[in-house]
Design a protein around this ligand. Structure first.
Ligand SMILES: [Zn+2]
Length: 460
């Protein structure tokens, strides 16, 4: 099934009905753009984190993972530029009171207009000149455009005054930057070295967004590489490819990935490129690689008053390192993997028999295998002789309800790569039947070999 034949409605329904992703605050009618990961979604997400940790921390020398706080000193966000300029240009419809992003209004009206290159005034004039109607009520009666900061702010302590404002971090990167010297010193790190972290970030966006693709709370897997000026371009190109390779290792074919080089760059950036994935709703960014130069550490030196220099042990030279950032949207990666894996396969056209299957990479599948006793009479033996023997090695499901065919289909739908059937012969020959999800082929193997058989096939 081609990715664009898949519909988000079907994917959202599967996620909801099979325990991957639920609407946030569901019993209260939901809260727009918030989602809760259910038992299978949480496992899938954790498995993706594990693969990232393996590729980006474990398998790389000079890579260090940290876990910085979400709440940071307010000066951090002044230094980073977020207080001054992390905003969206918004306007309200005076008729129906709906709020819109001015650039989106223009781009939806004419994709060739390139609102991202316009100033606030130019956008306002364009909307007026073309009498762009309100997408909600169809009238043309807008307020002026105002810049609306995307950081969530809250107040610390008991008094609600401007001095106690703190922000929920809008990106993880600053946690890595402010710990640059701590990590460098304690790990005795030499350039180039990297600091990564996985964590939540928050953005008060009004644009609704294609299930978990655009949300106000999201998780990032970030990787910052500190280097000498001059090594930055090589590392930037290297991490673009490394990121693409990572997604391909997770099972995304190359033709569903593409690079999108930014023409318009943030003022501090030397180069920026996204990796986009072909979602059912079109191409969408799942990764960004940025050459941030020495902007961030220079700003933190200026705002904190602390030297952010690196002393090169070979040359005795002191300087502020360059940073190459490679950042991965965790929720978007999970969504991409589900969309890529989703398939409807016709098993028997005459009988109108179709199976829904998630061809997830075994490394990220929520369950690695399911133990299925052929009859409920065999349940206890299947638990003692099989389930209990392998449950310590990987997540194992157990299902004794319904026909074996129905149970296979249920496991296919949640992406379980192996189904292990314990039948009446198992007690005598000590063997089980292992059915592979994608090929549906079956092999009979001794129970003693089961753990090694599955372990070999779920490696990342
Ligand atoms: Zn309106």
């Amino acid at each position: 099934m081609n990715n664009q034949e898949k519909t988000m409605d079907k994917i959202v329904a599967l996620c909801k009905n099979r325990g991957f992703i639920f609407a946030g605050s569901d019993i209260y009618g939901g809260l727009a753009n918030t989602w809760d990961y259910g038992p299978l979604g949480a496992r899938l997400k954790n498995n993706v984190k594990d693969t990232w940790r393996k590729r980006f921390i474990q398998e790389r020398r000079n890579s260090f993972e940290i876990d910085a706080d979400i709440l940071m000193h307010p000066r951090v966000w002044e230094a980073s530029g977020h207080v001054a300029s992390f905003s969206d240009p918004l306007l309200d419809c005076k008729e129906c009171k709906m709020r819109f992003r001015a650039d989106n209004l223009i781009d939806d009206f004419d994709p060739e207009a390139h609102a991202d290159g316009m100033t606030k005034e130019e956008m306002f004039d364009y909307i007026k000149a073309h009498s762009i109607p309100c997408p909600h009520c169809g009238k043309h009666n807008f307020t002026d455009i105002r810049e609306f900061n995307l950081m969530f702010q809250t107040f610390r302590g008991v008094t609600n005054n401007a001095k106690s404002v703190i922000y929920l971090r809008p990106e993880n990167a600053q946690g890595e930057y402010v710990n640059f010297l701590n990590v460098q010193r304690t790990m005795r790190a030499k350039l180039p070295f990297s600091i990564g972290q996985i964590g939540k970030a928050f953005r008060n966006e009004i644009t609704p967004g294609n299930f978990t693709f655009r949300t106000i709370e999201f998780e990032q897997m970030e990787f910052q590489t500190f280097c000498h000026e001059g090594d930055d371009t090589g590392l930037y190109n290297y991490f673009k490819e490394y990121g693409k390779r990572y997604f391909m290792d997770l099972g995304i074919p190359e033709e569903h990935l593409r690079f999108h080089d930014h023409e318009k760059l943030a003022h501090y950036a030397k180069a920026a490129c996204d990796i986009e994935f072909l979602f059912p709703f079109g191409w969408g960014e799942i990764n960004g690689t940025h050459n941030r130069t020495n902007f961030d550490l220079t700003r933190h030196q200026e705002y904190s008053g602390q030297k952010m220099e690196y002393l090169d042990p070979d040359t005795n030279e002191k300087f502020i390192p360059f940073i190459v950032e490679s950042t991965y949207g965790l929720d978007r990666t999970v969504l991409a993997l589900i969309c890529e894996a989703y398939d409807e396969e016709v098993i028997d056209a005459e009988k109108n028999d179709t199976r829904v299957v998630l061809h997830l990479s075994p490394a990220v599948a929520p369950f690695k295998c399911a133990v299925l006793p052929l009859s409920k009479k065999l349940s206890e033996a299947a638990i003692t002789n099989v389930y209990d023997k392998i449950k310590g090695s990987f997540m194992t499901d157990f299902d004794e309800t319904g026909s074996i065919g129905k149970r296979y289909r249920r496991e296919d739908e949640i992406g379980t790569p192996f189904c292990v059937t314990y039948d009446f012969d198992s007690e005598n020959d000590g063997c089980v039947t292992v059915r592979e999800r994608d090929s549906m082929e079956q092999v009979r193997i001794p129970i003693g070999e089961l753990e090694a058989y599955i372990s070999d096939r779920i490696k990342f």
